[in-house]
Design a protein around this ligand. Structure first.
Ligand SMILES: [Zn+2]
Length: 140
């Protein structure tokens, strides 16, 4: 079970949240200029990163606000929680690194255009107690 630190509400149980997919996927500037393949790739193609991954979360039974989270997809360690519209924080991966591809994801610039912004400015790196079970819905 993950203990997720909402930027607005503080630490809450994982069951209060919904996973919202990969973060920092900018909406195309000219969607009408895209062919069907490019549009489909924008809609459906996402990175499948092993290691630190930026993802969106919704505190659905709390403040109902979206926020971003850096989470390790292997260990489920939450490395940072930060408001929508702010750039991805530079979190150094803890020394437990495998010979992995931790931060090679194509992380384009942040736009935040499609997401409601929050006024919270706290960027807190929280780590939770070790979790041995995969959270339901967090691995889609
Ligand atoms: Zn909240």
């Amino acid at each position: 079970m993950l203990l997720i630190s909402c930027p607005n509400c503080g630490s809450r149980d994982e069951t209060e949240f919904h996973y919202g997919g990969q973060a920092h996927v900018p909406y195309p500037e000219n969607p009408n200029d895209m062919n069907d393949r490019e549009w489909a790739e924008f809609l459906f193609y996402r990175d499948n990163t092993k290691g630190t991954f930026a993802e969106r979360w919704l505190h659905s039974t709390g403040c109902r606000q979206w926020f971003n989270m850096l989470r390790d997809t292997v260990t489920y360690d939450i490395q940072a929680v930060y408001p929508m519209g702010t750039p991805r924080p530079d979190v150094s991966v803890p020394a437990a690194a495998e010979s992995g591809t931790a931060s090679t994801a194509a992380d384009s610039t942040t736009t935040g255009s499609a997401a409601p912004s929050t006024s919270a400015t706290s960027i807190s790196a929280t780590s939770t107690a070790s979790s041995t079970t995969a959270p339901e819905g967090a691995t889609k």
